[in-house]
Design a protein around this ligand. Structure first.
Ligand SMILES: Nc1ncnc2c1ncn2[C@@H]1O[C@H](COP(=O)(O)OP(=O)(O)O)[C@@H](O)[C@H]1O
Ligand SMILES: CC(=O)OP(=O)(O)O
Ligand SMILES: [Mg+2]
Length: 407
């Protein structure tokens, strides 16, 4: 079975096509600048040069059409025709309290995702456009949705409630949900395999440090707490997001700077974090480069970023009364040795002893970066959210086919 995995953003759409028999990626790529002038489709097939196509792509339906055309292209394609795609799996960031696992798309599921537009205005409307666009281009092909929030539905109320009047939770579901669940789930399972120990016996802290960043306390295989909240703004300092701050800052800044609510929202989501403090970039590579060139603002941004991660790790050791392994994943977590070093420098009290040579190794494999006698292991575990989405989609479609064939 071939499964197309889609991660639709407001102006972009990433895709990967899997052959589920081997779990091989047949092709992958992305469409950027949807709805703007000169949209770009980048398409990659292993051992072949990357293909870049610039054209006008006004909406997600056209973007999906372009992707399907590329996948069946005479020269660059990997499929004979689009009927060779048997199912589509989507990343959906917000599943609210309605979804604690992946599901097949039907009218009801679409209605529920729509109800959550308010809670994830940057993400969910884009995912819905992706789902509708697939319906238009591939009618009758089953679609599944895999939620960032689902893995964190196991959090106890003491982790997910805000200490505000409970009427706000009852009436509007204002609570902490957590995100990047697909990644935290995937890397915790990989870590248990790597350590050769049952996940149900482990206390893990997973640090997904990418553009968006979050930590999760994973107790015996289940999410016990995580740093993102009602939206992906809470918690760690990120590329352009502020992370935790005193909520009183919001009305204060609105008054002093005469800002609108939209402006303050945009400030905290798009103009804060590494970008604001360094004054250089939201990209960790550029911040580290500037820091190494002696730029003080870049150094401060880097230190604040690492310090926040370390504080969350410390609090999760307390939350779980211990930790067996700390996991680093996603763009920054997998690739930035200096960041991992800066985070772990302050964790010696917990028995974390980094091995500088192991930390410096660049590899796409899961690996240990602590010394052999370190009390707590620190692992780098490359994440693969797309593979987990493909696997869930495969399982759901197979189950459905099995049920249908019985009746
Ligand atoms: N070699 C590297 N060193 C430091 N940071 C890196 C490196 N490679 C990638 N990154 C960081 O990873 C980030 C993207 O992470 P990723 O997990 O792909 O994010 P997202 O999925 O949210 O777009 C980039 O913003 C960049 O800062
Ligand atoms: C939920 C979230 O923050 O996602 P991303 O890291 O893809 O921005
Ligand atoms: Mg990501």
């Amino acid at each position: 079975m071939n499964i197309l995995v889609i991660n639709a953003g407001s102006s972009s759409l990433k895709y990967q096509l899997y052959n589920m028999k081997t779990e091989d990626v047949l092709a992958k790529g992305r469409v950027e600048r949807i709805g703007m002038d000169s949209s770009i489709l980048t398409h990659e097939v292993e051992n072949q040069p990357e293909v870049r196509e610039v054209s006008e792509i006004l909406d997600h339906t056209t973007a999906i059409k372009k992707v399907l055309d590329m996948l069946t292209h005479r020269k660059f394609g990997v499929l004979r025709n689009i009927q060779d795609i048997q199912a589509v799996g989507h990343r959906v960031v917000h599943g609210g309290e309605s979804f604690s696992e992946s599901v097949l798309v039907d009218q009801n599921v679409k209605l529920e995702i729509r109800k959550l537009f308010d809670l994830a205005p940057l993400h969910n409307p884009a995912h819905m456009m992706g789902i509708v666009a697939v319906e238009a281009n591939l009618p009758n092909v089953p679609q599944a949705v895999v939620f960032d929030t689902a893995f964190h539905q196991s959090m106890p109320p003491s982790s997910y409630l805000y200490a505000i009047p409970t009427v706000l939770y009852r009436k509007h579901q204002i609570r902490r949900y957590g995100f990047h669940g697909t990644s935290h789930d995937y890397v915790s399972k990989r870590a248990a395999e790597f350590l050769g120990r049952p996940l149900e016996k482990l206390k893990l802290i997973s640090c997904h440090i990418g553009n968006g960043a979050s930590c999760a306390a994973i107790l015996h295989g289940k999410s016990y707490d995580t740093s993102m909240g009602m939206t992906p703004l809470e918690g760690l300092m990120m590329g352009t997001r502020s992370g935790d701050l005193d909520p009183a800052v919001v009305p204060f800044a609105i008054n002093k700077e005469d800002l609108t609510l939209n402006e303050v929202n945009s400030m905290l989501n798009k103009h804060s974090g590494l970008l604001a403090i360094s004054g250089i970039s939201s990209d960790m590579r550029e911040v580290v480069e500037a820091m190494n060139d002696g730029n003080d603002k870049a150094k401060l941004a880097f230190e604040m970023y690492a310090y926040r991660i370390r504080k969350y790790i410390g609090s999760y050791v307390a939350a779980m009364d211990g930790v067996d392994a700390i996991l680093f994943t996603a763009g920054v977590g997998e690739n930035s040795a200096p960041l991992r070093e800066a985070v772990c420098r302050g964790l010696t009290f917990f028995g974390v002893h980094l091995d500088a040579d192991r930390n410096a190794v660049r590899s796409s494999e899961t690996r240990r970066i602590t010394t052999d006698d370190s009390g707590v292991s620190v692992l780098v575990v490359p994440t693969n959210e797309e593979l987990l989405i493909a696997r869930d989609t495969y399982r759901l479609v197979k189950d459905k086919t099995a049920v249908e064939s019985r009746f």
